[in-house]
Design a protein around this ligand. Structure first.
Ligand code: NDP
Length: 488
């Protein structure tokens, strides 16, 4: 079955409650990665449009923050319902924007975006301060206040989800947002903006403007902006964090990783293989938290590899809009070339390519899922984030050794362990230098659970109550109940 083509956004930008076109900005073709066809053309925002979006956000924010949390939350929850009602249409658009198979997008993207809108919509009315009793009858209280105008900068792998993961907590806390999607996947965030406004969000509170770093840079630097939330690579994160620091702005940095996934001999083999597949090949490996260093204990190495190769025969690589397809193309030719370069490097440095890793002979940016065995810690494919379907299997003997090796990385986004030994599972997780950990599972990201990294993988957390801390600030108020003494 091939699915119908979705309604596309009607213009490049969404500013002050409406679609806005301005063809004087640089032309940005939108390419469907499965075929290489141009499916839309958007234009980068000009300096005048950047200013218009920020002015609209600043104007709208104070009145929004003055509403009760329950009123704000009602809008978000209505938007969540609309997203669920339109899941099919939004999933097809996500597939066209990214190339990810409909089998994934129909259960992950608009649905997790809707979860975020529903969760933070529900939480908005419960965002309160504290009462703090003090000696002598005095007391203090805190108020949780909005930050103001927030900027969101998105990566290309989850354009709908990222737009919602940033927008939902920002709006729940009373902020306004200007969101810039990745230039590779500009379409989905526009639909999020459209739906939010259809749900009753006042104009100006959620704006989407297009462009590459040349638009992101001025947004981050603008003095009207109080907070910047980036999902992207570590090098971009360092630049954006530094630029935000000059204005003493709040930041959330969701960056890259090279996460370890440890499989002990006592693990359920099929579950461990499932974890490794989910943690390396879902979304064609374009997931920040992927467990790309799969450490397998010596005794089960060959059994693990054999089962993995067998299971990979189940990959259905084809038309991403066909619901039977479970493995799509890379997001772009550029990303495919990066991945092919890493595969060549792996072979050169002596890793054993067990399966896949070749470009498929068809239009679009396709590659067969790759598994390397006999990978050692010093190899490039074991040290650098590839962001593609390339699994590195490394051997280990014992727990102390593998923990030291698992943590020997600048990154710290995620980590996982497969074992039937409960005590060991919790001990290992405690030892991980990572922000998001998994026991006998991998890559789950429910909105109720904080998500984010340590070390070079980021600052701050998205999702759950933890995100509220990053989209609001506390005002403390001391209240004296008696006379005030002074020295003279
Ligand atoms: P990039 O870091 O290249 O870009 C991220 C965003 O920042 C894009 O919108 C980009 O614009 C923008 N940008 C680039 N330079 C600047 C600048 N100087 N100032 C302001 N904005 C700028 O990441 P990718 O889009 O290539 O995404 C892949 C990366 O994202 C991987 O490293 C991955 O690990 C990480 N990621 C992390 C996640 C997490 O939650 N931790 C989740 C998903 C991905 P443009 O692309 O248009 O140039």
């Amino acid at each position: 079955m091939t699915l119908t083509y979705p309604t596309q956004p009607t213009a490049s930008h969404f500013i002050d409650g409406d679609y806005v076109e301005d063809t004087s900005g640089t032309e940005m073709p939108v390419i469907y990665p499965a075929t290489g066809e141009v499916i839309a053309t958007v234009h980068a925002a000009t300096p005048a449009l950047i200013d218009r979006a920020l002015a609209a956000a600043q104007r709208a924010q104070k009145d929004w923050a003055a509403l009760s949390g329950t009123e704000r939350g009602r809008v978000l929850r209505r938007a969540a319902d609309l997203m669920r009602d339109r899941n099919h249409e939004l999933s097809v658009l996500e597939t066209m924007d990214t190339g990810k198979p409909y089998q994934e997008t129909s259960v992950v993207d608009a649905t997790s975006g809707a979860d975020a809108l529903e969760y933070f919509g529900g939480l908005a009315g419960a965002l309160t301060g504290e009462h703090i009793p003090l000696p002598g009858g005095d007391w203090a209280y805190t108020m949780r206040e909005a930050l103001g105008v927030c900027v969101g900068l998105g990566a290309w792998n989850y354009p709908t989800q990222i737009a919602c993961w940033k927008g939902a907590p920002a709006l729940a806390c009373g902020n306004a947002m200007v969101f810039k999607p990745s230039e590779t996947t500009p379409l989905c965030a526009l639909k999020v903006a459209e739906i939010l406004h259809e749900a009753g969000l006042p104009a100006g509170l959620y704006n989407v403007i297009q462009g590459a770093g040349a638009v992101g840079g001025p947004l981050v630097a603008n003095s009207r902006v109080a907070k910047v939330s980036l999902t992207g690579s570590v090098p971009t994160g360092k630049k954006v964090y530094a630029a935000a620091a000059t204005g003493m702005k709040h930041v959330t940095m969701e960056l890259g990783g090279k996460s370890p996934l440890i499989v002990f001999e006592d693990a359920d083999l099929d579950d461990a293989v499932s974890g490794a597949i989910l943690g390396n090949f879902y979304s064609s490996g374009q997931v920040c938290s992927n467990g790309t260093r799969v450490f397998v204990q010596h005794g089960i190495k060959e059994a693990f590899l054999a089962r993995l190769v067998e299971r990979l025969q189940g990959a259905v690589i084809g038309d991403p809009l066909d619901p039977e397809t479970n493995f799509g193309p890379m997001v772009s030719e550029a990303q495919l070339q990066i991945v092919l370069g890493y595969i060549a490097r792996g072979v050169e440095e002596g890793a054993r390519l067990v399966t896949g890793g070749t470009r498929l002979d068809r239009p679009g940016s396709w590659i067969a899922p790759a598994v390397f065995a006999d990978v050692t810690d010093d190899m490039t494919i074991a040290r650098e984030e590839i962001f593609g379907p390339v699994m590195s299997v490394l051997d280990f003997e014992d727990e102390d050794e593998v923990m030291a090796r698992a943590n020997a990385t600048e990154f710290g986004l995620a980590a996982g362990v497969f074992t039937r030994d409960l005590a060991r599972a919790h001990r290992v997780v405690r030892g991980f230098e990572a922000g998001t950990c998994y026991i006998n599972s991998y890559n789950d990201a429910p909105v109720e659970m904080p998500f984010g990294g340590v070390k070079a993988s980021g600052v701050g957390r998205e999702n759950a109550r933890a995100a509220i801390e990053h989209y609001s600030q506390l005002k403390s108020v001391y209240v004296r109940m008696g006379p005030l003494e002074a020295p003279f």
